[in-house]
Write a protein that binds this ligand. Structure first.
Ligand SMILES: Nc1nc2c(c(=O)[nH]1)N[C@H]1C(S)=C(S)[C@@H](COP(=O)(O)OP(=O)(O)OC[C@H]3O[C@@H](n4cnc5c(=O)[nH]c(N)nc54)[C@H](O)[C@@H]3O)O[C@H]1N2
Ligand SMILES: Nc1nc2c(c(=O)[nH]1)N[C@H]1C(S)=C(S)[C@@H](COP(=O)(O)OP(=O)(O)OC[C@H]3O[C@@H](n4cnc5c(=O)[nH]c(N)nc54)[C@H](O)[C@@H]3O)O[C@H]1N2
Ligand code: SF4
Ligand SMILES: [Mo]
Length: 699
């Protein structure tokens, strides 16, 4: 039998590796890295390599279901759509449009979010529309906007090969983007220096020339101390900095308060190491800067970004090959969901609901009165859960995300979801922690079973095509969305018959914006590597780097140096809850494990959760390797076996957060049972990386 090979893009992290998907007799049998692809040149990691069993896993949803007398029972699509549309309509009639909300995942296609925007923000008239990117990249986005004026990563992956210093803060790249890690390891072999800032001695930290094993939550203090040394030791020219960045005098004043000796006490690293790190930064010819969830999962997330951005701005490390900020996103449609406006404060094409000109542009484009678009941001996902508790939100439609496992403080989240009058959950599997709570479950087609576009963390747009049939009656998310919209009475607004029609409409509203994709068509993308945006016309080759003219999209054309003070995380350890719990990832499982937890080979590599605990703490508590422990916070508890490791600092614990309650390792494992829902006030992103807990050995 001959294998047919089809070009696709990875449906896990936002690096956007090009993949070749092998199909035999209508089944995906093999997935390989695509040779010559600029993200991965033939490489790939364990996640997509082990995808084939995910297509055939037992619990794939094949048809919609409605809960009747407590049980989810299969129904026809017609019944399901009528029920959902009628239910939402009723809630809107009784309680107004603000009583419903939508929450999707960042692996949804851009076309799907375009449709959802049009339905929620225009047709229904509520901005209560959110995306899992709130838990993932919201802080990166706000950080970019405050420093550079736009949520637009200016660099590209090829900068890795041009840099002589690569700084990686709060990202365990060896685990979360292994393909990028291998490129960085190769860069090191060629002579580039690597700095890693992480409270754990991670697999990534092992290749570092300098590993700053920072106390969790203290990055702002560290970054300010690095700026302090850069200034005191004359590593930058004030005049040239001021040419391209505002705010220098305020920053200089602030960093006076952050001498390395004092910051050593806050961060737990030595004064000498801080000075050595600053000098390494100051001497670099081309510094590239990565960061991820060690930054974003914090109540200081945006300030962490801002103070990191200060460092490349002060040292002139921008707008040249090999320099600048790059944050490889967690989920596949890294940029697409942000640019199409998947969050409650955004509108399509990098626009804001609070900006009257933006509202007018979008309303004109859609041919609706501008008053139909609410002028204030809708609820963040945490506020949606709050709204369910208070009765202000009554109907919730969830697709492509599993909040009953992934949001912080699980018992509060599940109680909220259970209060919904109508909870619609659209997934590819049942059970998941969230489908179990649903009133209606809608069966979705997944990657390779539907067509649409993703945009990667280097702004590259790619077509992911349908190459096999979905199981049973499962339908693409876009088809479900336009069917519900029509059944709600919006036939005229949702006339689409294909995702390509949706794309052709959506791309027009990107004209003149950084995300301009008017030069892109499905034909241009089909079977080929897509261009990096902006790509305004058919002959345009795409844009590898932004702001190369040293002008930033802010009022005065300069970037912003920001004076941000350090403050403590929301919940500091105390006598009752003396440990800091960090949650993070493993190489063989993805997020809430609904897909990877159904692959035998991946489960064999990472079968169960655990808590990493320092041997000194363990011996004090009488805990031995493998002992079942109970981890307790103010919000709940969980049970996990102990793994003794000096990779964590004494006083801190690490739990891989993937393990939930539906895939055979037990209800008691869920890390989010104990995590803190406190959020960064600027990005509304939760502090998953810092919760005060106590540990009890259970022998
Ligand atoms: N195999 C695999 N790959 C994935 C995923 C997966 O689940 N599995 N998920 C994808 C997604 S959605 C995302 S968002 C990315 C996430 O990718 P990463 O951000 O790399 O993942 P995490 O393990 O959550 O956190 C990164 C590191 O932050 C460190 N950290 C904790 N607190 C602090 C702090 O205060 N300061 C600093 N500097 N560091 C701190 C942790 O010790 C951890 O090593 O991975 C993506 N890729
Ligand atoms: N404690 C703790 N919690 C965290 C984190 C952490 O580090 N620590 N990380 C946070 C981060 S960075 C993120 S991004 C979130 C992720 O949180 P989630 O978005 O909840 O995680 P996933 O497991 O990726 O959920 C994706 C869901 O979509 C389904 N699915 C897959 N493909 C399709 C499709 O094509 N259509 C439909 N309809 N469904 C599909 C999957 O089966 C799965 O149920 O979690 C956050 N939660
Ligand atoms: S590194 Fe990310 S994009 Fe590349 S193969 Fe792995 S999960 Fe997919
Ligand atoms: Mo993420």
């Amino acid at each position: 039998m001959t294998i047919q090979w089809n070009k696709s893009t990875c449906p896990f992290c936002g690096l956007g590796c090009g993949l070749m998907v092998g199909v035999e007799q209508g089944r995906v049998t093999e997935v390989r890295g695509m040779k010559g692809h600029p993200a991965n040149d033939g490489d790939l990691c364990a996640l997509p390599a082990n995808y084939p069993p995910i297509f055939t896993a037992e619990d794939r949803l094949r048809q919609p279901m409605i809960r009747r007398e407590g049980n989810l029972v299969p129904v026809t699509w017609e019944e399901a759509i009528t029920h959902v549309a009628g239910g939402f309509r009723q809630i809107i009639e009784k309680h107004g449009p603000g009583a419903i909300a939508f929450y999707g995942g960042a692996i949804n296609l851009t076309e799907e979010y375009y449709l959802m925007n049009k339905l929620m923000k225009a047709a229904i008239g509520t901005n209560n529309m959110e995306c899992s990117t709130r838990l993932c990249m919201a802080s990166t986005a706000v950080g970019f906007i405050s420093t550079m004026g736009a949520d637009a990563p200016p660099t590209c992956y090829a900068d890795v090969e041009e840099a002589d210093l690569i700084l990686i803060a709060g990202q365990n790249m060896a685990v979360s983007t292994p393909v990028m890690f291998r490129r960085i390891r190769a860069a090191k072999k060629r002579g580039a220096k690597i700095i890693v800032i992480d409270p754990r001695r991670t697999e990534t930290a092992e290749i570092a020339d300098i590993h700053i094993q920072i106390r969790p939550g203290t990055d702002v203090a560290l970054n300010n101390a690095l700026a302090h040394v850069l200034f005191k030791e004359g590593f930058f020219n004030e005049e040239s900095v001021e040419h391209h960045a505002s705010g220098l005098s305020d920053l200089k004043e602030l960093i006076e308060d952050y001498p390395p000796s004092q910051v050593a006490e806050i961060t737990g690293c030595s004064e000498e190491q801080i000075i050595e790190t600053a000098r390494t930064v100051g001497r670099a010819k081309a510094m590239l800067v990565f960061w991820l969830q060690g930054y974003n999962h914090s109540t200081q997330a945006v300030f962490k970004s801002n103070t990191l951005h200060n460092l490349w701005l002060l040292t002139g490390n921008f707008s040249r090959p090999g320099t600048g900020p790059i944050s490889v996103t967690g989920e596949a449609n890294a940029m697409g969901n942000r640019w199409v406006g998947a969050l409650s404060h955004l509108l399509p094409g990098m626009r804001l609901v609070a900006n009257s000109q933006h509202r007018q542009e979008v309303a004109d484009f859609w041919g609706i009165p501008v008053e139909n678009i609410q002028p204030v941001p809708g609820r963040s996902v945490t506020d949606i859960i709050k709204g369910l508790h208070s009765g202000d939100v009554r109907g919730l439609w969830i697709t492509t995300t599993n909040p009953a496992a992934s949001l912080p403080h699980t018992s509060w989240v599940r109680d909220g979801l259970a209060k919904a009058e109508l909870l619609v959950v659209q997934d590819i599997f049942h059970p998941t922690e969230t489908t179990l709570l649903a009133d209606v479950v809608l069966a979705a087609a997944q990657w390779c079973e539907k067509t649409g576009t993703f945009i990667s963390a280097e702004r590259r747009i790619e077509l992911v095509e349908k190459i096999i049939e979905p199981p049973g009656e499962a339908k693409p998310d876009y088809e479900i969305i336009w069917s519900v919209a029509r059944a709600m009475g919006f036939e005229k607004e949702f006339p689409y018959t294909s995702p390509e029609e949706v794309f052709e409409e959506w791309k027009k509203i990107t004209s003149g914006r950084i995300c301009d994709m008017n030069g892109v068509t499905y034909d241009r993308l089909r079977g080929k590597i897509g261009p990096q945006l902006p790509c305004p016309d058919a002959d345009h080759p795409g844009t590898p780097r932004l702001f190369t003219d040293l002008r930033f999209p802010r009022a005065d054309g300069r970037a912003a140096l920001l004076d941000r003070d350090y403050y403590e995380p929301a919940e500091m350890p105390d006598a009752e809850y003396p440990f800091v719990l960090i949650t993070g990832r493993l190489a063989w499982q993805f997020n809430t494990r609904t897909r990877t937890g159904r692959v035998p080979r991946l489960n064999k590599a990472a079968p169960d959760g655990y808590v990493g605990i320092h041997p000194e703490d363990a011996s004090r508590l009488g805990i031995s390797e493998g002992d079942e422990t109970e981890i307790v916070s103010r919000r709940g508890s969980l049970r996990v076996p102990a793994r003794l490791t000096d990779r964590v600092i004494a006083g801190t614990l690490f739990i891989p957060w993937h393990y939930g309650s539906t895939l055979g390792v037990g209800e008691g494992r869920l890390a989010n049972s104990v995590t803190n829902p406190a959020c960064d006030m600027h990005s509304k992103q939760p502090e998953y990386k810092f919760s005060a807990v106590r540990v009890r050995g259970k022998g």
